[in-house]
Design a protein around this ligand. Structure first.
Ligand code: DX5
Ligand code: ZN
Length: 216
């Protein structure tokens, strides 16, 4: 029996961008819940990926909500662009917002989008504790953000468990997620799994999505 609690958000960073529409069709047909779009600016992280223009193109060929992970400095400057491009969940990094986090979350809400906050491995839950009521999803990074294909950090599990005790909304994990590491994350309280390599770099991509959805 499939566990309906688990949501799967394939990370397009590991997809073939030359045939993105087909890659999206395959994971959607396999039952993915969201599409995870990694936006990197070469400042907040040492890599550059896509901007609102590509998010808009993705929106045009997808039917599940877009889960947009902003790994950029001063994200408040670009929220309107990403909202207009068709993002459904907009996740900002707590480290990139600093004292402006509450205001940034209000801005996302005013744009009619779901509010996500991500924490790098070194950032504690205590940094966002007072703002949890304003956050629709917390994204716990299980690698240092910047690249796909890195190894999962099991030492993040107590952080997920600590958050789950005080937060009953979505807890997403991102970085090195496979059926094995995903099981560990789910048992500690995560319910949304991002996976790039473990989905798009597999010979049977639909099975890879289903295997993650069935974790418990
Ligand atoms: C890393 C990104 C991830 C990445 C995950 O900074 O936030 O979403 O694409 O890739 P895998 O699943 O290969 O670790
Ligand atoms: Zn991501």
């Amino acid at each position: 029996m499939m566990n309906q609690k688990i949501k799967v958000s394939p990370s397009l960073l590991s997809a073939d961008f030359g045939r993105l529409a087909q890659e999206i069709r395959v994971v959607e047909d396999a039952g993915c819940d969201y599409l995870h779009v990694d936006v990197m600016d070469g400042h907040f992280v040492p890599n550059i990926t896509v901007g609102p223009f590509i998010v808009k193109a993705i929106k045009g060929v997808s039917r599940v909500p877009l889960d947009v992970h902003l790994m950029i400095d001063a994200p408040w400057k670009y929220l309107e662009d990403f909202a207009k491009a068709g993002s459904d969940i907009i996740t900002v990094h707590a480290e990139a917002c600093g004292a402006r986090l509450a205001e940034t979350l209000d801005q996302i809400q005013a744009l009619g989008k779901r509010r996500g906050v991500s924490l790098k491995p070194g950032t504690p839950i205590s940094d966002i504790k007072t703002l949890l009521a304003k956050i629709d999803m917390v994204l716990i990074m299980t690698v240092e953000p910047g690249f796909g294909g890195q190894s999962f950090m099991p030492e993040m599990m107590p952080k997920i468990a600590e958050l789950r005790k005080i937060y009953d909304k979505d807890i997403e994990v991102d970085g090195g997620i496979t059926p094995q590491t995903g099981t560990l994350a789910v048992r500690n309280g995560a319910n949304v799994l991002v996976a790039g390599t473990a989905v798009f770099r597999q010979t049977d991509v639909p099975k890879a999505v289903r295997d993650l959805k069935e974790l418990s």
